[in-house]
Design a protein around this ligand. Structure first.
Ligand code: Z5A
Length: 200
């Protein structure tokens, strides 16, 4: 089973994945967690370029690098685990590309991005996607004071577009579970567990 977590920076994905990890450990359920971009030696090197290379990056280069990192993670780790019947949890997947590079940057047409997502994921799709929905202003209050990386320095207007992109995706895909991420971490965790248990 493949579960992805999505949302804008500061929505609380990492916090929720940590809580889910503890919950699954208590239940003795086997699982694997990877972050995107990242999760393999090559993908972590690409992550470094994407987040910490402050030279101007062409939007198409950015789109292709996120996709390249994904392709390597899928073939090296995710697909073999899924084929073995294991649970994989992804901190971001290709919906991030559609929301950030598609709706946010306008790096390419949406149809092209969807095709590229299919190519880079080798046809693998999530079973369930938890979209932690929060408005960009509230999210930026949570990350205020953090050292901003290249993507996080993209400005409010960009994050408004990314957020509305996620909203559109959530309306189009049945696998999306929209969670009100302005709640407390414990309330969000309960919502996630309820949905996950009913899915299972
Ligand atoms: N990106 C892309 O553009 N295209 C792609 O295809 C992919 C990614 C795959 C990856 O950054 C960047 O790459 C990301 C999207 C882009 N850029 N942006 N911007 P990352 O992996 O370094 O980080 P992130 O995924 O954006 O988020 P994060 O830093 O891991 O944050 P988070 O997971 O959303 O939130 P958190 O760390 O759990 O919480 C943030 C803070 O809020 C922290 O102080 C918490 O204690 C607090 N928090 C958490 N939950 C709550 C609640 N419920 N209430 C109050 N405070 C809370």
């Amino acid at each position: 089973m493949l579960i992805s977590f999505e949302g804008i920076d500061g929505c609380g994905k990492t916090t929720q994945i940590d809580l889910l990890k503890k919950y699954l450990e208590k239940k003795n359920t086997a699982f694997h967690i990877f972050r995107e971009p990242g999760g393999t030696v090559i993908s972590e090197k690409i992550r470094n370029l994407l987040l910490h290379e402050m030279d101007e990056m062409n939007p198409v280069t950015e789109l292709l690098l996120f996709s390249a990192a994904r392709s390597q993670l899928l073939t090296d780790k995710v697909i073999p685990l899924l084929e073995n019947g294991e649970m994989v949890i992804l901190d971001r997947f290709y919906d991030s590309t559609t929301a950030y590079q598609g709706y946010g940057r306008g790096s390419a047409g949406l149809e092209q991005i969807i095709e590229l997502n299919q190519l880079a994921s080798h046809g693998t799709a999530p079973d369930l996607t938890f979209y932690l929905r929060i408005d960009p202003e509230a999210a930026s209050k949570r990350t205020k004071g953090d050292n901003k990386d290249r993507m996080e320095s993209s400005g409010n207007e960009f994050f408004e577009k990314v957020c509305s992109g996620y909203d559109k995706l959530a309306g189009m895909e049945d696998r999306f579970v929209v969670i009100d991420a302005s709640q407390s971490p414990e309330e969000i965790h309960s919502d996630i567990i309820r949905k996950l248990e009913s899915y299972l």
